[in-house]
Design a protein around this ligand. Structure first.
Ligand SMILES: *[C@@H]1O[C@H](CO)[C@@H](O)[C@H](O)[C@H]1NC(C)=O
Ligand SMILES: *[C@@H]1O[C@H](CO)[C@@H](O)[C@H](O)[C@H]1NC(C)=O
Length: 202
């Protein structure tokens, strides 16, 4: 009888430890920190074996990202015709061709507000836009005529996390004659937005 009680106690103890372990794991998994997304500036390069010229051929070739369609990996100093393609941050950026997309899974705190900022530049004359999705919602970001001297502009996308794990997808819905036309993108960073605080006496 005594043994049985001890056993029950130790079982309960193990169960409790497991619960604590699960809680700690859940907590650390949700701790996305403000700043660049993992490889958000594309400085970790794809392996040469997964590229053909500038085109990235492997779906998981760019570390931390998953791509589909005509995606190019652009280095600073790269030319398009006689135009130098600018890179805003570090030495590399990505270009999304027709119907191309790039995505990353984010672990967020459900109900919290966030903003994702990034840099983008047009590379061809026609109007370009990006379709930004944080599952389950998406919207369009027109890439404007560029006003900065560098040729890049910053864009910001604010949202409330509907789920704790979401897919962040940036997609170029364009269908231009030249497959290699499409926005250059770089420097993806996330910031947690603090909800307005109630002050005493509210
Ligand atoms: C690389 O791209 C060129 C031009 O599209 C194509 O002709 C060639 O077959 C490709 N090479 C490989 C190894 O896929
Ligand atoms: C934007 O992307 C989402 C997810 O990939 C897709 O469901 C939606 O249809 C796209 N919208 C446009 C206008 O392309």
């Amino acid at each position: 009888m005594r043994r049985k009680t001890e056993m029950a106690q130790s079982t309960r103890c193990v169960a409790l430890l497991l619960l604590v372990g699960v809680a700690v794991a859940a907590r650390s998994a949700s701790a996305i920190t403000d700043g660049l997304l993992p490889n958000g500036n594309f400085e970790e390069a794809p392996d040469k074996s997964q590229m053909n010229g500038t085109r990235v051929t492997g779906r998981y070739a760019i570390p931390q990202w998953e791509i589909s369609g005509f995606v190019e990996y652009i280095g600073s100093g790269q030319m398009q015709g006689d135009m130098l393609l600018p890179v805003p941050e570090g030495a590399n950026a990505v270009r999304l061709g027709n119907e191309a997309s790039i995505q990353q899974r984010l672990t967020l705190t459900r109900g919290m507000h966030y903003s994702i900022t990034f840099s983008a530049a047009r590379t061809c004359a026609q109007s370009e836009l990006l379709n930004v999705t944080i599952t389950p919602e998406s919207g369009e970001v027109p890439i404007q005529t560029v006003y900065t001297s560098s040729g890049w502009d910053s864009y910001s996308w604010g949202f409330k996390a509907k789920h704790s794990i979401v897919l962040f997808i940036v997609h170029n819905p364009g269908v231009s004659d030249d497959e290699a036309c499409g926005p250059l993108i770089d420097s993806f960073a996330i910031k947690t937005l603090q909800p307005p605080q109630r002050t005493k006496g509210d």
